[in-house]
Design a protein around this ligand. Sequence first.
Ligand code: FES
Ligand SMILES: [Fe+2]
Length: 440
Amino acid sequence: MENKQINFFKSKDINTVLKPFKKGSVVKIDSFDIRENQQDLNIGLFGWYAICPSKELKINTLHYFSLYDEPLVLYRDEYKNVRCIKNICPHRGASFFGGTLSNGVITCPYHGAKFSSKGNCQNLDRITCSHIVDNKYDNYAKKIHLSQYKTLEKDEYIFVHFSKKSETDLNNISEDLPISNYQLSDNGFSHEDYVSEEVLVDFKCDWSRIIENHLDILHLFWVHGDTIPDKDVNKNVLVSFNQKINITPKYIESIYFYKNAPSKEFIRIKYIPPGRILIYKGNPSACRYLQVLDHIPLGNNKARVIVRHYRKFLKNKFLNNLILFKETQRKIFYKIFDEDYMILKTQTYNHKLGFIKKDEIKLLGEDRIINYFWKWYKKSEDKDSPWKNINKTENHTVYDNVILKYPPEIKNLEVINNIDIIRKTLVRFAAPLLIFMLII
Ligand code: FES
Ligand SMILES: [Fe+2]
């Protein structure tokens, strides 16, 4: 087992922790660990994952991705329902990469077998060779069927229920937990009241490391201190928090209160396994801003992150367009991801880099939620064995180029967004000004 370091994160009852993080920045956190519920999380690594926003999945287009290195394909059938199939043609195991999709019928690029959205082969004569060799082969060929996972489309996300056990008949798949656990409405948010913007990034680093990073409050002040548009979050701020942890069977939540104003909340982080984190402030029904982070374990040292910001302010579409609000928000997202990536890409479970040893790190009181996460992850990994039969030290570089849709080189995305901002700024302001000057 490669993730042995998780064993080393032992819980410590530290009442007051002063952590000098770097010169000029000290964040103090008191951990009073109040559990409303003594039950453990009852969710493992299998279940619903948000794979991409709905708008990413275009008609007649195959979307290649993987979960725990299992090659998969998403597409819309003739009724626009989402299908998730194993990227293995049941004839001779070819990838569908290079194949076509038309009205829900997927055609394999190797021998031309066509599969309906129900998964059965429509042109058996093309692959049975019955006209050439053997009529009996037809009986075998009739069993040729696509293997699928359950999907759902909710809140403009496409979800896949992953269990490592795809089926030819979707009725044979039972859901460990309903999708509602993930849904904003069931977490107290009326998301119809919000507008949102989002960004997707594929990272070449470990999935669990990204989740850990998003549960880590300390790094906000140092790594993102110059980027987060909040005067209270920067490298020079000296701030002190009390921390309250709630653990229920469905989530782990950590709420941070200012120590010098104990009823004033700084932020709360809610981890809903396996892949979703909500970051917001105060009562969900009243909160004006919500960040939803989805983490998708594409494979060994490959993970996708979808960040969507919901906000109740600045909802006017015209004003948003005029001031390029979405584009400038995206600029901030890319900068933040870039800053995280600088840290994360060196913290993969890459065997060449070596692994963390017990006495090389010290988890402190402020790391309590991370501690709970690692314990859950280790337990779930042992229980579900998502990496079974997968060699985590192997590089799957050929397929990487297919599934990493959103380049890990965030600079590229940043540059594209910056060009977009310049172009739109010119169209909105400079061009009318130029025309006006020409007229006068
Ligand atoms: S492998 Fe797909 S048609 Fe032969
Ligand atoms: Fe970060």
